[in-house]
Ligand binder design. Structure first.
Ligand code: SAM
Length: 268
């Protein structure tokens, strides 16, 4: 692990955590070390940190990389970090990450973040839409959310979100993080994820249409595929396509792989 900045101020001097901003701060040195080591940092890399908070990760990332842009929405924490981490490589930006244009960053960037869990989905959507600036992402998220991102067909966590992210990236849960590693202690277990963006394995011409079809299918998970999709497309055309693909019309939406859905949309 690279040289460290000093530890944060004594807890009684730190700003109080704001629940609506998802402020559960990492305090466990072993987990922090594990996260930093998993990120494989080196001084050729540009890094973007989402929500640096009190700097638990920031102070370890900054000394080991070429540049670190850290986007934090809470002005109190930006003030704290400015005093705490004087380093030319660290650029602190007070902004809502969801409105922050990544086009202005030195690219490509590695994204690291212990995410505010309430906005994990819009953050993932933003990373996908700006994936051309990103090499890979290392994210701490709620374990339930991580299971949905990585889920495979036939599992209860498999759904439109799994297909959406897996169309653009390989996603893996690297390890779980216990609630006791955070302050305040959250009610849920977390996990540390690796996301590696790549070209789609089965490209489709109309991606919005693919995701609309998948969302429609999973809105009716208990129906057969044909009934679930009946309102959205011509039933006979769908039956013909399923026959060509050797997919039973009586299959449930969760039995089809992302590749199956891509083939269906390409043939429809
Ligand atoms: N990285 C720190 C850590 O690991 O201890 C803090 C993680 S805490 C779970 C999430 C951080 O994201 C908080 O500092 C919070 O203020 C910040 N945050 C919440 N919403 C944000 C947004 N829309 N844009 C940028 N930062 C945000």
């Amino acid at each position: 692990m690279p040289k460290r900045f000093p530890r944060t101020s004594p807890p009684e001097l730190l700003p109080r955590a704001r629940k609506h901003l998802g402020q559960n701060f990492l305090v466990d040195d072993n987990v922090i070390r594990k996260i930093i080591s998993a990120c494989c940092l080196n001084d050729d890399q540009h890094v973007l940190e989402i929500g640096p908070g009190r700097g638990a990760l920031t102070r370890h990332i900054a000394p080991g990389v070429k540049s670190l842009h850290a986007v934090e929405t809470d002005p109190r924490l930006c003030g704290l970090l400015k005093g705490l981490l004087p380093d030319d490589r660290l650029h602190l930006i007070q902004s809502d990450f969801l409105n922050f244009p990544m086009s202005g960053l030195p690219v490509p960037v590695k994204v690291i973040g212990n995410l505010p869990y309430g906005i994990s989905t819009p953050i993932i959507e933003k990373l996908i839409s700006e994936r051309h600036f990103i090499t890979e992402a290392f994210l701490t998220v709620q374990h339930e959310f991580g299971k949905r991102l990585t889920a495979q067909p036939h599992s209860k966590d498999y759904g439109s979100l799994s297909c959406y992210i897996q169309y653009y990236a390989d996603v893996r849960i690297l390890f779980l993080i216990s609630p006791s590693c955070f302050r305040p202690v959250p009610k849920v277990t977390s996990c540390f994820l690796h996301l590696s963006f790549r070209e789609a394995r089965t490209p489709v011409q109309d991606e919005p249409l693919l995701f609309k079809l998948i969302r429609t299918a999973f809105q009716h998970r208990r129906k057969t595929l044909v009934n679930a999709l009946a309102g959205g497309c011509d039933k006979q055309a769908l039956l013909n396509v399923l026959e060509r693909l050797n997919i039973k019309p009586s299959s449930r939406p969760e039995a089809l792989s992302l590749m199956d859905y891509c083939h269906i949309i390409n043939l429809l």
